[in-house]
Write a protein that binds this ligand. Structure first.
Ligand SMILES: Nc1nc2c(ncn2[C@@H]2O[C@H](COP(=O)(O)OP(=O)(O)OP(=O)(O)O)[C@@H](O)[C@H]2O)c(=O)[nH]1
Ligand SMILES: [K+]
Ligand SMILES: [Mg+2]
Length: 441
């Protein structure tokens, strides 16, 4: 029998109400011991005074009884709604420990729900994502995944694989000489169609993962172009040092922004130039490495220096770059509409002029490149790795050769997909997934 576990499900610290959760076979008897009463009707909030083994009152609150299997974990579950506070928490913890319960590990409730077949892995991950969501778009994505849409898509792919496999096995059962070629041809076209569907989902610009993990935008430009000033403006605080001295910034400095629901990690970097010393050279190396890994880049130029645009910055411009002409307060000349073939926005970090245009422009670009529609998306590198493995296995499918081998590649593809929802999973991978949960989830 598994241990009966308990945890504070709501946040720790002082609060009007704290919600505790118990799960396991001992939950019901623990509740009866605490209240000194028989179990209340299922799923109905009932007021009760909880007492420790000496009859000393712990608190006066609400209790709920969720008998198995109609509970979150599928086990007997009890919920206690008590007053939030350290003394109540301590007294309750002691009373529960005395009754033989133990504190839950992080993610243990979700893990039990998974083990009990209540939720699949994508659902468990969605709960963690929802709890961690910081922007509205992240919250919506987590809710969509919790809804089961991703799991349904993966299951649909698996179902198609299994049906191709069934046809192939039917073909294998025929004698060599009268192999029905139409059956074989059908498996070939169906596998190709599935492979194309997988490829289409994989070529989605990693938008689900980017929305979950945050979008990386990097500021790049010559020394003194005003990158740090711009970062500070967008952050609304003095996050980075600004000075008239070229080569001020060396380390990469990050701030977090909520850009129209998108979690953005905006990075300031060292000015690009032939560095004067070792430290600055390292800063430039980090700037370029950051640029390489960015989802979107902002190339910043000093508008007052137009048309003599900094060459090192021009070199990093590609189609994932927006060009910003800063210090427009200093420039009286007509500014170009494009730089290196990319559209331009003129701003002044000093006066704040054009900053709203810049923000809405970034917002539009992000929307265009990474917007997540109603269709389910892969939201974790784990999902992507599994889907890629399935696609690879599927690309090895060749029913014109050895049929046994062909069946094997279909089975490998199905196993890879099953890993996403947890149909086949090793303990090691499960550990990694549930470890990131907080206690009480
Ligand atoms: N007039 C004016 N001055 C600006 C503007 N933006 C920045 N500056 C000034 O330009 C100088 C350099 O600004 P920084 O923000 O340190 O420039 P940077 O690109 O981060 O420079 P490095 O870190 O050295 O690469 C400072 O003296 C700023 O006050 C602007 O929009 N208008
Ligand atoms: K500077
Ligand atoms: Mg700087």
């Amino acid at each position: 029998m598994a241990d009966t576990i308990y945890a504070l499900a709501s946040g720790a610290g002082r609060a009007g109400i704290a919600v505790w959760r118990l799960s396991g076979e001992g939950s019901g008897s623990a509740l009866s011991s605490l209240t000194g009463c028989p179990l209340p009707p299922a799923r109905r909030a009932v007021r009760a005074v909880l007492r420790d083994h000496d009859g000393e009152p712990i608190d006066d609150g609400l209790v709920l009884w969720f008998p198995a299997p109609a509970s979150f974990t599928g086990e007997d579950v009890v919920e206690l709604h008590l007053h939030g506070g350290r003394a109540v928490a301590q007294a309750l913890g002691q009373a529960l420990a005395r009754l033989g319960l133990r504190p839950a590990e992080p993610g243990e409730f979700s893990r039990r729900a998974f083990a009990g077949g209540k939720i699949d892995l994508t659902h468990a991950e969605a709960i963690a994502d929802l709890v961690a969501a910081e922007t509205s778009a992240q919250r919506r994505q987590a809710l969509r995944q919790m809804d089961g849409s991703l799991a349904a898509l993966i299951e649909e792919w698996r179902r198609r694989l299994v049906s191709i496999l069934a046809r192939l096995e039917a073909a294998i059962d025929f004698a060599e000489e009268d192999l029905p070629s139409s059956l074989i041809d059908l498996t070939r076209t169906e596998a190709a169609a599935l492979s194309a569907d997988l490829a289409r989902h994989l070529a989605d610009n990693r938008r689900g993962e980017i929305l979950r993990d945050g979008l990386h935008i990097t500021l790049l430009g010559a020394p003194n172009a005003g990158k740090s000033s711009l970062l500070n403006r967008l952050a609304g605080r003095e996050a980075a040092i600004v000075s008239a001295e070229a080569g001020t910034t060396r380390d990469v400095i990050e701030i977090h922004l909520d850009l129209a629901g998108w979690p953005v990690i905006l990075a300031d970097t060292a000015g690009l130039r032939e560095a004067a010393g070792q430290i600055e050279a390292e800063g430039v190396r980090r700037a370029l490495a950051r640029a390489e890994a960015a989802d979107l880049k902002l190339a910043v130029f000093d508008a007052a220096l137009v048309p003599n645009l900094d060459e090192a910055t021009c070199e990093v411009i590609d189609d994932a770059t927006l060009v910003v002409l800063n210090k427009r307060d200093l420039s009286s000349s007509l500014l170009p509409e494009t730089v290196a073939g990319r559209p331009v926005v003129a701003v002044s970090a000093k006066t704040g002029d054009g900053l709203d245009d810049l923000l809405s422009w970034i917002g539009e670009e992000v929307q265009q490149r990474f917007a997540v529609g109603p269709a389910p998306v892969l939201t974790r590198a784990r999902h992507r790795a599994a889907a890629e493995a399935a696609e690879r296995a599927l690309s090895g499918f060749d029913p014109s050769g050895d049929l046994g081998l062909a069946a094997e590649s279909l089975r490998a593809a199905a196993t890879a997909l099953g890993r996403i929802t947890g149909r086949v999973e090793t303990d090691e991978v499960l550990e990694a997934i549930f470890r990131e949960f907080c206690i009480g989830k």
